[in-house]
Design a protein around this ligand. Structure first.
Ligand code: ADP
Ligand code: TRP
Length: 334
């Protein structure tokens, strides 16, 4: 049987939040259950270096992302679970890919374009504060994806452009050397592509509007109560489709619970009650994993053990791809 390769990474630049879980971790874990899939999930620590320059925080964030995956059910016997910085072939391939990536393609990357626009609005040099790490971010990500012959990449919608770029870059390489690299495709669930944050915008560490997956349950309740709502009175019917509370609820509740809450939206309920219902399903879901998470964070050696095993398995694939790429390009010992 020809297995499909599923790969995704989470940047370790802060505590993982509900958006990461719903948009990437949950679909990735579901895909990994399928025996027709070979799954590789990793911690994108060198991607975090584009913004995170504190070594202690860097190490801690890496553990937070690793503990999150493990606590939420990643089975390291089944999934190749590794740290990006443990696989030097990623950085070797990144250089090769850079030689097949037009500068124009990188000029169109969302994160870079957003920086340029901000600079233009502030009336400063377009590239102020832009380092090459930010500019080349999509090439490093393409390398993560292409090195492992990934077919499907489960992510939230914000990452779709990066995966299209990886496909583009692989196409440019293959146009010269033949079908050496596998062309990847994004795997995005339209219903959960963009999870809303506390303020209704996309939940993101960069907007400071996140609900972290792990931490004190009292804090979790406080944050849920802070989700912005409109001023519709309790008795008025409410539209679940436009309610971020309902959207979050759907990812954690059973079908019966979802239908029951939908009914209450139609007959009218106070936003406070809706938030309480959301908090309850969240807490019921997170309570067990939180214990595993806390235990792993207290024993990073356990995390390191899993990552050491994953590193070996990842490098076996990585060195085979690099041999193929080097041969295609014509570098190294003949
Ligand atoms: P952040 O935007 O908070 O920095 P990351 O960029 O580290 O999050 O995202 C890691 C993964 O989680 C990616 O696949 C991304 O698409 C997904 N993701 C992040 N935020 C959301 C969101 N609000 N909705 C859906 N998916 C998300
Ligand atoms: N750039 C992704 C993010 O910010 C993280 C990431 C790095 C990734 N490499 C990847 C995701 C490869 C999928 C595949 O969320």
């Amino acid at each position: 049987m020809n297995k499909k390769t599923i790969l995704t990474g989470i940047k370790s630049s802060g505590r993982p939040h509900l958006g990461n879980y719903i948009g990437a971790i949950k679909p990735a874990l579901a895909l990994a259950q399928n025996p027709a899939h070979e799954a590789l999930y990793f911690i994108a620590d060198y991607h975090a270096l584009t913004t995170l320059h504190d070594p202690k925080e860097m190490r801690h964030s890496g553990y937070e992302v690793a503990a999150t995956w493990l606590a939420l059910g990643l089975d390291p016997a089944r999934v190749v679970f590794f740290r990006q910085s443990d696989v030097p072939e990623i950085f070797e391939l990144a250089w090769v890919l850079a030689c097949f990536t037009s500068k124009g393609l990188m000029n169109r990357a969302h994160a870079y374009k957003a920086m340029v626009q901000k600079n233009q609005e502030a009336g400063v040099d377009e590239d102020a504060g832009v380092h090459m790490g930010l500019y080349e971010y999509p090439i490093l990500m393409a390398s993560d994806i292409l090195l492992f012959d990934s077919h499907l990449v489960p992510v939230g919608k914000d990452q779709a452009q990066h995966i299209e770029m990886a496909a583009d870059i692989a196409g440019s390489f293959n146009a010269v050397y033949g079908p050496v690299l596998t062309i990847p495709a994004p795997y995005i669930n339209e219903a959960t592509a963009t999870v809303p944050g506390l303020d209704g915008r996309k939940m993101s560490k960069s907007y400071d509007n996140v609900i972290p997956l792990f931490g004190d349950p009292k804090k979790l309740r406080k944050l849920v109560m802070r989700i912005v709502t409109d001023s519709t009175p309790p008795e008025a019917p409410k539209d679940p489709a436009t309610s971020s509370i309902f959207q979050l609820y759907e990812s954690f509740a059973t079908p019966e619970q979802i239908e029951a809450l939908r009914g209450r939206y139609q007959t009218g309920l106070g936003w406070g009650e809706a938030k309480q219902a959301l908090y309850e399903v969240l807490e019921a879901f997170l309570e067990g994993p939180r214990k595993v998470y806390d235990d792993l964070m207290a024993h990073p050696d356990i995390i390191e053990g899993h990552l050491a095993a994953g590193r070996e398995r990842a490098r076996t694939v990585a060195t085979a791809t690099m041999d193929r790429v080097r041969k295609a390009v014509g570098v190294g010992r003949a």
